[in-house]
Design a protein around this ligand. Structure first.
Ligand SMILES: [Zn+2]
Length: 85
């Protein structure tokens, strides 16, 4: 799993996305969007999001234990990648 600094997913919450839809497409569109319970999967903490994704994958029966899973952050500012988990 690799996420990156400066990611747009750090900049909003689902409610913000719904508000944009409502502003751009109107209340009926926003209502339909909310009815689907669609999750845009934003996250507030970069490293925690990496850890959560790794935990999800290592805990999934769909990913055999023989598959190595690790989590990383690509630092856009430096060009370096560092291991989180
Ligand atoms: Zn991104």
């Amino acid at each position: 799993v690799v996420k990156h600094t400066g990611c747009g997913m750090l900049t909003f919450k689902n409610a913000d996305a719904v508000a944009i839809v409502e502003k751009q497409l109107g209340p009926a569109a926003a209502q339909e969007l909310q009815a689907t319970s669609l999750d845009f999967l934003p996250f507030a903490d970069l490293e925690q999001a990496v850890k959560d994704d790794v935990a999800y994958l290592t805990g999934s029966a769909l990913v055999p234990h023989s598959v190595a899973v690790s989590g990383w952050v690509y630092e856009v500012e430096t060009g370096r990648t560092r291991r989180v988990v």
